[in-house]
Design a protein around this ligand. Structure first.
Ligand code: GLN
Length: 199
């Protein structure tokens, strides 16, 4: 869809920061809260926030099923933190009844770093990007505990815990690049949007 905008899921969380990053690339960005808005976009960012709330709101607003269909149909989607949880096929330590949209063949553990390390920042090597390392900001972050055979790992911490994955049209990070000035993950997502749009 040439010319169609890129969406940022705006039910909850830090969607404004993601919109600003995409606008810095020259993208036409729209917020998505309703199925009609989702139908117009050629890519979608699911921001950080609180995945259990995002799950409830997406079902309440009738967006969960259209989102699942769009993911299955190949819409490029980038999920950060809570957004990564939304994209995971399996959630560990979800609240009772918490559902995800799924799409990524992974299991994520919510709040995996515990209370002592609620928030922290660390340099992370991302082989696909080369130098310099990515400065990664973690806030009550999940980790990817199981990576199924359809998903591939883009980055892990020194102790081996997986924090960035990719699978076809889907990209997910445990951390928040929108809070830094390094937009290589957003660029990777946006390049896929452009490639899909003009394919
Ligand atoms: N802990 C949150 C959740 O479970 C994620 C935190 C974040 O997105 N910064 O959804």
């Amino acid at each position: 869809m040439a010319g169609s905008p890129v969406g940022v899921l705006a039910l909850q969380g830090d969607y404004r920061e993601h919109a600003a990053v995409l606008e810095s690339f020259g993208a036409d960005v729209v917020t998505v809260r309703r199925p009609e808005e989702l139908a117009r976009v050629s890519g979608l960012v699911i921001p950080g926030g609180e995945s259990s709330v995002m799950d409830k709101l997406s079902r309440m607003f009738g967006l969960a099923d259209p989102l699942k269909q769009a993911i299955a149909a190949g819409l490029p989607v980038y999920g950060t933190c809570a957004g990564l949880i939304m994209l995971a096929d399996r959630i560990i330590d979800g609240i009772g009844g918490q559902q995800s949209l799924g799409g990524l063949d992974i299991a994520v553990r919510r709040n995996a770093f515990g209370r002592q390390r609620d928030s922290f920042e660390v340099e992370v090597e991302v082989p696909e990007f080369g130098e310099p390392a990515v400065h990664a900001v973690f806030i009550r972050a999940p980790v990817v505990e199981e990576v199924g055979e359809r998903a591939s790992v883009l980055a892990a911490l020194d102790d081996g815990r997986v924090i960035a994955v990719e699978q076809g049209n889907l990209l997910g990070t445990s951390f928040h690049p929108e809070m830094t000035e390094d937009y290589r993950f957003h660029r990777r997502f946006y390049d896929r949007v452009l490639a899909t749009r003009f394919a």
